[in-house]
Design a protein around this ligand. Structure first.
Ligand SMILES: NC(=O)C1=CN([C@@H]2O[C@H](COP(=O)(O)OP(=O)(O)OC[C@H]3O[C@@H](n4cnc5c(N)ncnc54)[C@H](OP(=O)(O)O)[C@@H]3O)[C@@H](O)[C@H]2O)C=CC1
Ligand SMILES: C=CC1=C(C)/C(=C/c2[nH]c(/C=C3N=C(/C=C4\NC(=O)C(C)=C4C=C)C(C)=C\3CCC(=O)O)c(CCC(=O)O)c2C)NC1=O
Length: 292
């Protein structure tokens, strides 16, 4: 059994605790058990799980794994502390708020022989799985992905990082991208922002990603993908699955801990994650240059 700690008790942290308390039967997630949670607040027991201090989490020999579920600005430091302490890490996306720090952390994990896993539930949704099937074999001419949502709390970072799930969709569907232009419109007083990023695929086809957040905007994605033989403007309704998204991710993490994921698969995932973080960095630079 691998004793685990959940760091940060928000939406994601609570779901992690729920799933660790009732892992999918006969799956790799059953290898994990929860020993406690860490919070910067003083909290009562959560779902029967006890609060422990960060020092305890880092030093206890029966704790082998940390789930980092805090807001994005604090991921990097927590990941580093747990890796240094010899613990495996599962972090909610985005891993960090810069490409170089992610490379550093990944090297550290490798040196220490530890698993560093970044959650990507957006790739596990039924809609995405169906979209990927529908698109397979088609040749893209141009496309747009427009995300809207409510304002984020502070400390989630630049929108190309907080919204990396949308870019991960594009990269998973269409391959490696190059950023050609990016801009950010921000009305801080209205809690409104709109980021626009333009990409080219390796086949030199244009893709646009819009990340828009503001009060009253519902969480939604609109797509407009033009292919040589037709257009997809609606997300397909995928087949609902009995296993929740975070549980599917937990099973994948568990399989990595057991050494059940092939080196090729690990390498492909790592390349995709680092590529997306590099694009996020580039989008931030271009947007900030445009504003200066
Ligand atoms: N929500 C989702 O569906 C998904 C979230 N993620 C990622 O998960 C991470 C965390 O996101 P999410 O859980 O949504 O964020 P939350 O805002 O719910 O929680 C973030 C942190 O804020 C603190 N916090 C939570 N509630 C309160 C409160 N009432 N008062 C004061 N502090 C509070 C907690 O830290 P502490 O306990 O230390 O105070 C918590 O870890 C992010 O990296 C995000 O990108 C990724 C995919 C999906
Ligand atoms: C109701 C309020 C609500 C909040 C505060 C919320 C927060 C929230 N959802 C996220 C992603 C996500 N959230 C979900 C899904 C959910 N997440 C949920 O909390 C719920 C109830 C669902 C319902 C199915 C998915 C699938 C993602 C992955 C990102 C994506 O698909 O774009 C993220 C990570 C950043 C991002 O990609 O936008 C945050 C902070 N989601 C919400 O729905």
């Amino acid at each position: 059994m691998l004793g685990s700690v959940v760091v940060g008790v928000g939406i994601a942290g609570c779901v992690r605790m729920r799933d660790l308390l009732a892992p999918l039967p006969s799956s790799a997630a059953e290898k994990l058990s929860i020993k406690g949670f860490v919070s910067r607040r003083t909290l009562e027991d959560q779902q029967g799980v006890k609060q422990i201090t960060m020092t305890e989490a880092l030093s206890r020999s029966d704790i082998h794994v940390a789930f980092i579920c805090t807001e994005n600005t604090s991921h990097e430091e927590s990941i580093r502390q747990f890796l240094e302490a010899g613990k495996h890490v599962c972090v909610e996306y985005p891993m960090t708020l810069s490409y170089t720090s992610a490379v550093d952390l990944w090297n550290l994990a490798q040196q220490k022989g530890l698993v560093l896993h970044e959650e990507h539930i957006e790739l596990l949704t039924p809609d995405f799985k169906q979209l990927k099937k529908d698109i397979s074999g088609k040749t893209l001419e141009k496309g747009t992905l427009h995300f809207t949502g409510g304002p984020l709390k502070p400390n989630f970072g630049f929108p190309s990082f907080s919204g990396i799930a949308r870019m991960t969709w594009l990269v998973d569907l269409f391959g490696e991208l190059t950023v050609t232009a990016a801009s950010l419109v921000e009305e801080k007083e209205n809690k409104y922002m709109k980021m626009t990023a333009h990409f080219l695929t390796q086949q030199q086809k244009p893709l646009t990603w819009i990340e828009e957040r503001g009060p009253g905007l519902g969480r939604a994605k609109t797509i407009d993908f033009n292919f040589q033989d037709g257009t997809i403007t609606e997300l397909p309704d995928g087949q609902r699955e009995p296993v929740g998204l975070f549980m599917q991710d937990l099973v994948l993490f568990g399989r990595k801990l057991q050494g059940d994921v092939s080196a090729a698969e690990l390498q492909a995932e790592r390349s995709r994650i680092l590529h997306c973080l590099e694009l996020a960095d580039r989008i931030q630079q271009l947007s900030e240059n445009a504003q200066a």
